[in-house]
Design a protein around this ligand. Sequence first.
Ligand code: ADP
Length: 435
Amino acid sequence: MNPQLLFWVPAGLRLSLLLAGAGVVWYFFGIVAGLAAGLIGMGVALFIQLHYLYRLADWLDHPASARLPDGWGAWTDIFSRLYKLRREDEKNQAELAEWLARFRQAMSMLPDGVVIMDDVLFLEWCNAAAEKHLGLRLERDKGMRVTNLIRSPEFMDYIILGRYEQPLTLSLRERKLIVQIIPFENRRQILVTHDATESVRIEEMRRDFIANASHELRTPLTVINGFLEIAQSQPNLDLQTRMGHLKLMIEQGQRMQNLVEDMLTLTRLESVEYPLRPERVNIRALLEQILREATALSNGRHKISLSVDGPDIRGSTDELRSAFGNLASNAVRYTPEQGSIDLAWRMAESGPQFVVKDTGIGIRPEHISRLTERFYRVDKSRSRETQGTGLGLAIVKHVLLRHDATLSIDSEPGKGSTFTVNFPKKAVVSAGEAA
Ligand code: ADP
């Protein structure tokens, strides 16, 4: 039934009843008594209405605290409808609060920063990533102007120019941030921040690598081209000169080949498509091979020794051959004639170690932390003379990283160097373990 009818029918009935009552009194006791009864009835009805109006007003003042009155007559219906509305409102509010809590939790887990500001850049809210990126603290900074909190001239220019369709790369607190302002809802703006430190670093590394690799390849190519041009323009050069040119060209060709091979090795080591396939590494056999190669490279110019006193480990034999080979060949290449080189495999307290000790030219302390960077050389000409590519220790670093191993370098200029590879204990293969 129409709810309006539910309201009007009982109200109308009650009014008719009141009039009928007054009529009956009139009939039996005369007009004055009838009017008096009617007035008293109206007064009582008015009092009841006023009472419930008062209670309604009271409830409206404190809707949450006071329970809705039960009501009488039409008020019962009004109160029950108000009660329903209030229940719905409470449900909506609970849903909204839950949704807001979920939204805040999701926002706090975002790796990107989100700052909500009003139209004049006063901070209203920000998530944890934004606090970290921009050095904000919501509790402390709420209501403050964002331009007073992010003190950067580039950011100020960005705000002044107002070209928000383009993101801005910002250097802040030793990080590279990509920030962008997105206006929304007319009077609000969102500032989004993305930490690009790592990707910028990788991009710079990639650019440096390409520049260095091109430079390294260009030098031998220039030499080879030069000799080829001489051969073309002077076909009658004597045999001895021609043989000399050919020898130099072969050397440069070899250098290019070494470089390309080392670059490919590095790329492979960095690639996720080449996960480490650990196997049992026969350390003695591996180190004996390294010793033979170092002896061949030295060609009798050094005294080279090997001692193996430690367990086998799990790892990639090929990769370890490449890393150990690089360390041993460096020792030969950077140790003058008559010097000595000791290769040793031993079990230390922290785990197995491979030690390469030479009595070579040594390295000044300021270079040590940079030696594993690609193409970093202390002495470029010495490295090239000995067919170095500048990538050997970068390869060592990558191989060790894949084996959870570390490299420590001790060196004294003019006295010699010791390169120690430290493997974790967990790399050791127990006596009965199969390959
Ligand atoms: P390279 O091909 O130039 O030898 P590496 O990456 O193997 O490149 O080594 C980087 C640099 O570290 C070398 O150029 C050299 O200056 C220095 N270095 C490496 N091993 C030794 C060593 N045993 N003694 C002295 N210097 C070394």
